[in-house]
Design a protein around this ligand. Structure first.
Ligand SMILES: N[C@@H](CCC(=O)N[C@@H](CS)C(=O)NCC(=O)O)C(=O)O
Length: 207
């Protein structure tokens, strides 16, 4: 049994999608980051960085934060969505870390400066939207060569999907000159969105 500490955001939904893909039993503990619940001592004891997602895997008495580390743990626990041998494993980890270092932080900052910042700062908005558009073009080019981001469907797709499902339409509309049609990303979003596990995982948590 796994305890999942999460909220209604892309990083949280990576993990609920993965738990559904793996068919693992889990109980959901919503952490309302809008109300500051990520700073409560009982959550900080699990995640010293005060950010969701985090899990406690009661089967191995292991608590883990950082969504990439959680995805690798669940993949290794179940033998799903992460090849055990190179070169396939290296390619999945390459795109997983690319998501963690690029798509998540850049789309997160773009969203912050567009939707949450108390004043509209054109320099900041342009900086992050332009970088997001460049990243989405990188992804579109890759998906022109492979069906999923690293070949077969993997934890790299699970990590990318919740960000792109929300971010792709907005960035494409803002920077069509860089993103173009983004036809490969659009095809990939549609295919992943049809997966029953993805539909279930994207609806977690219900609040
Ligand atoms: N690199 C971390 C990022 C986690 C993260 O940024 N979580 C956000 C929600 S998507 C959060 O908890 N924010 C609360 C805060 O910043 O106070 C991961 O992938 O797990």
């Amino acid at each position: 049994m796994i305890d999942l500490y999460t909220w209604t955001t892309p990083n949280g939904r990576k993990i609920s999608v993965m738990l559904e893909e793996c068919g693992l039993e889990y109980s959901v503990h919503p952490v309302n980051i809008g109300k500051g619940e990520q700073f409560k001592p009982e959550f900080v004891a699990i995640c010293p960085n005060s950010k969701i997602p985090a899990i406690v895997d009661k089967d191995s008495s292991l608590s883990i934060f950082e969504s990439g580390a959680i995805l690798i743990h669940l993949a290794e626990k179940t033998g799903k969505l992460l090849p055990s041998k190179n070169p396939a494993r290296a390619k999945v980890l390459e795109w997983l870390f690319w998501q963690m270092a690029n798509i998540g932080p850049m789309l997160g900052q773009a969203n912050h400066f567009i939707n949450a910042a108390p004043e509209k700062l054109p320099y900041a908005i342009n900086r992050y939207v332009t970088e997001c558009a460049r990243l989405i073009k990188v992804m579109d080019d890759q998906l022109g060569r492979t069906e999923y981001i690293a070949g077969d469907y993997s934890i790299a797709d699970v990590a990318l999907y919740p960000w792109l499902a929300v971010g792709f339409p907005a960035i494409k509309a803002a920077k069509a000159d860089v993103v173009g049609e983004g036809a490969n990303v659009a095809r990939w979003i549609a295919a992943i969105g049809e997966r029953p596990a993805v539909k279930k995982g994207m609806a977690v948590p219900t609040v």
